[in-house]
Ligand binder design. Structure first.
Ligand SMILES: [Zn+2]
Length: 233
């Protein structure tokens, strides 16, 4: 389950002992630090200006097999990944609850956390946040910025909750993410929430079968848009 992403200092400007100056961007005057942080910060500030965001269509998906259910905007931060932050991790969670309850709390602005995806025990997938954006799911600012978060329906102490349908569906999702961003399929890059530095969360728990999961991810055929063999053209 996600922890409160704001604990990691979301949105806080780095405090550095350098001069500040007014910079004119798109008609809005914004005070930003100069020198080392200027280039990075400017790029991020730029995307927050009205009218210069990348075009986005409501309901647009990064994973075609998912259904779009928007998370509350309070539970993520707009970004332009992988342009502004590289993506090199997939973080696996178990929700400690039902699919429905996970979707509901991610829609709740008071929750302060949400993952990009929720996978159900029947294999259904909801995408709630675009991969472009930073979801507050890992409880660690830099891990939020560099990762895609996937929640799985169930409880960490109930091995029967981790169904074959859920593993298979999640593996297809993770394979697509790894292919999209060139992420190696290994335990250094596909990690549990428990492995995020500083976390006090234990998910996905001792029953999550990592060997089985990575085998399934590796077995997924690359190229999701490739037509099935024998399909008429
Ligand atoms: Zn978690």
């Amino acid at each position: 389950m996600g922890t409160n992403g704001t604990a990691g200092g979301q949105g806080a400007k780095p405090a550095r002992g350098i001069g500040r100056r007014a910079v004119l961007i798109g008609g809005a005057v914004t005070a930003v630090g100069t020198a080392a942080l200027a280039r990075d910060e400017l790029r991020r500030v730029w995307w927050r200006m009205p009218g210069v965001r990348k075009p986005r269509r409501p309901g647009e998906l990064d994973f075609a097999a998912a259904r779009w259910v928007a998370a509350s905007e309070a539970n993520w931060r707009m970004a332009d990944r992988p342009g502004d932050y590289g993506i090199d991790r997939v973080v696996i969670h178990v929700t400690q609850g039902s699919f429905r309850s996970a979707v509901r709390v991610f829609q709740d602005p008071a929750h302060g956390a949400a993952a990009h995806y929720v996978v159900g025990q029947d294999g259904r997938v909801a995408q709630m946040i675009r991969e472009l954006d930073v979801a507050f799911h890992a409880g660690n600012r830099s891990y939020n910025e560099r990762s895609v978060g996937i929640e799985h329906e169930g409880f960490v102490d109930r091995p029967q909750d981790l169904t074959p349908e859920m593993y298979a569906s999640s593996a297809r999702l993770t394979a697509a993410i790894c292919e999209r961003y060139g992420i190696p399929v290994d335990r250094e890059h596909i990690i549990g929430h428990v492995e995020v530095p500083g976390t006090d969360h234990t998910d996905p728990g001792p029953h999550w079968d990592w060997d089985r999961y990575l085998k399934l991810v590796r077995a997924v055929e690359p190229g999701p848009s490739k037509p099935a063999e024998g399909a008429s053209s």
